[in-house]
Write a protein that binds this ligand. Sequence first.
Ligand code: OSB
Ligand code: MG
Length: 368
Amino acid sequence: MLIEKIELREIQMEYVTPFETSFGKEYRKRAIIVKVEAQGIEGYGECVAEEGPWYSYETVETAWHVLSQFMIPLILKKDFESPEELLLSLKRIRGHNMAHAAIEEAFMDAYAKAMKTPLSKLLGGVKNRIESGVSIGIQETVEKLLKNIEKYLEEGYRRIKIKIKPQWDLKVVEEVRKAYPEISLMVDANGAYTINDFSHLQKLDDYNLLMIEQPLDYDDLVFHAELQSKMETPICLDESIPNLSSAQAALRLGSCRIINIKVGRVGGLQRAKKIHDYCQENGVPVWCGGMLETGIGRAINVAIASLPNYKLPNDISASSRYYSEDLVEPPFQLNRDGTMTVPQKPGIGVEVVQERLEKVTKRSRIFA
Ligand code: OSB
Ligand code: MG
C-alpha cells in the first residue's frame, strides 16, 4: 500500500474527572492523532505520550518532533506490502515507542480496511468480547474512593485498580477490603517505592490482591525480582517493560508473574503481539493497560486485547468513564457483564467523527 498522505493533529480534551497518580494530577488529555492515507483508505492511530515526561520520557512535543522530522520522511510516498515491511523502514529509529506506535497503528488500520478485516482478526484475536476493569486515581479522601468504587461496581466493571503511593496505601487498601471483601482488587504504584520499602510492601500480602503493579523504579528488573521472591501477591510490570527483551529478562529473572502490555509503551501492535506470544509460551498472563485514550486508542486496545493470552481484565473502560463526548461512533460501552464488544467492522471498526476531531484540534500539519 502506497502511503500518499499523513496528517498529524494535536488534540486536547477535558477528562470527566481529573486523574491523579503517584506522579501528579492530570485534568485533560493532550495527544497526537495520526491519520495515514493509503490508496484512498484512511487509517488512524493515537500517540499516548503525555504533556510531561512523568510516565515515560516521551512527551507530546518529542513525539511531534520525531514523527515529523524523522519517522514520516522514512515512510511517506513509499509502498509497503505489509505492516512488517513498514516496521523495517522505521528500524533505524531507537526508542520513541509511543510515536512509533501511533504511526504503525494508523497504517495497520488502513491495511486492515484494505483487507476488509477487523483489526482484531488481522492481529490474531480470538475473542468477541474483552473483559473490562477500571483504574481509579488517588482521591482526596477514602470516602470519595469508596463512592467511586461503588459506582463502577454497579456499572459492572470486573476488576478495580486503585493507584497507591506512600501515605496512600495500606490504610486505603484495608478500608476498601473491609467494604468489599470479595471484589477483584489490585493496586498500581507507578514506581513510587524503593528497596527500603520491602517490609511495608509485604504487608499488602494480607489483602488478597490480584496483583501489585510497578511498585519499584520504572527501569528496574533486579529489585522487582528480589521483592517478588519475598511476596505472595503477583507483581505485574508496566513501565519496566518497554520491549520484548525486557519482557524476556523479567521472566528469566522472576521480576514479575504478570505483564501489563500497553501498545504505545512497547512501540505498536506488532511488538505488543510479540510480547504477548512470548508470555503465552512461558505461561505468563498479560492484560492491556490504558493511557486514558480517546476512542481511537481505545479501539486499538480492544483489538489487541482480543488475543488469547490477554487473560486478566484490562484497563479498557467505557468512553463515558473518560470523556463526556468521545471522538468515535459508536462510543465504547460496557456490557452488563463487565465486558466490551470487539468491533467487527474492518480496521478499528468505529467511525472517527470529523466535526468532533476538528473541534478539539489545537494544531495540525499535513505531509503529502
Ligand atoms: O500506570 O497504568 C498506568 C494512565 C496514565 C498513565 C499511567 C497509567 C494510567 C492508567 C489509566 O492507569 C488506565 C486507563 O486508561 O483507564
Ligand atoms: Mg500502570
